[in-house]
Design a protein around this ligand. Structure first.
Ligand code: GAR
Length: 197
C-alpha cells in the first residue's frame, strides 16, 4: 500500500473525502498523516475522528522565510515517509526547493478549470468572465503555481442566479468525487486525464 500524507489549511472537506475513500477497503493507499499550517484548522479534529495521525506546522513563526517553514514541513513529512502527498485546501505558495523535493509525488486540487484562474477568487473570476462552465482540477504540483500536469477535471454549468458562494458549494461536491478518483488512478500509475461532470 502507498502511504499518503495530506496537507490542509482549513475545513478539510477534501481531506475527509480522500481519507474515507482510502478507508473504504479495496484501495491502494493508506492515510498516514494530515498536516495543517493553521493550528486551529477545522480539518484537524475531523482527521483525529477518522483515526488519522495529525501534525501542525504553523507558518507564522517563520515570518517571510518560506524556505525555513518548508524545511520544517519536510522534516515532519519525512518522519511519515509518504509515497504521495495530497494538497487539499493547503493555502501556502510553495518554493521551488519544496516542489523539487516532493516532485513527482505531490498532487493538488484547485477550484477552477486550469489553466484558467490560477491563484485565488476563482469562482468570482469565472462569474465576472461570464463563463458558461466552471469546474475543478487535480494536478501534479510543480514549481509553477497551479501549473503542473492536469490529472482530472470536473465540469459544472454556471447558472444565471449563481453567486461565488453557490458556485463554490456546488463545485465542492464535485471536488469530493474528483480527488479520490484521481488519487486511486495516480496510485495505480495512471497519469491519463479523468473527466467528470
Ligand atoms: C477547496 O475548494 C479547494 O479546491 C480550495 O480550497 C477549498 C478547501 O476546502 N483550494 C484552493 O483554493 C487552493 N488554491 P476544504 O478545506 O474543505 O477541502
Amino acid at each position: 500500500t502507498k502511504r499518503v500524507a495530506i496537507l490542509i489549511s482549513g475545513g478539510g472537506s477534501n481531506m475527509v473525502s480522500l481519507v474515507q475513500d482510502m478507508q473504504s477497503g479495496d484501495h491502494p493507499c493508506e492515510p498516514v498523516l494530515v498536516v495543517s499550517n493553521v493550528p486551529d484548522a477545522g480539518g484537524l479534529k475531523k482527521a483525529v475522528d477518522l483515526g488519522v495521525e495529525t501534525a501542525v506546522v504553523d507558518h507564522k513563526p517563520f515570518g517571510k522565510d518560506r524556505e525555513a517553514f518548508e524545511a520544517e514541513l519536510t522534516r515532519v513529512l519525512e518522519l511519515a515517509q509518504p509515497d504521495i502527498i495530497c494538497c487539499a485546501g493547503f493555502m501556502r505558495i510553495l518554493t521551488e526547493t519544496f516542489t523539487k523535493r516532493w516532485g513527482g509525488q505531490m498532487l493538488n486540487i484547485h477550484p477552477s478549470l486550469l489553466p484558467k484562474y490560477k491563484g485565488l477568487h476563482t469562482h468570482q473570476r469565472a462569474l465576472d468572465a461570464g463563463d458558461a462552465e466552471h469546474g475543478c482540477s487535480v494536478h501534479e504540483v510543480t514549481a509553477e503555481l497551479d501549473g503542473g500536469p492536469i490529472l482530472g477535471q470536473a465540469v459544472i454549468a454556471v447558472e444565471a442566479e449563481d453567486t461565488a458562494e453557490t458556485l463554490a458549494a456546488r463545485l465542492l461536491a464535485w471536488e469530493h468525487k474528483l480527488y479520490p478518483a484521481v488519487l486511486r488512478r495516480y496510485a495505480a500509475g495512471d497519469r491519463s486525464m479523468l473527466r467528470l461532470g
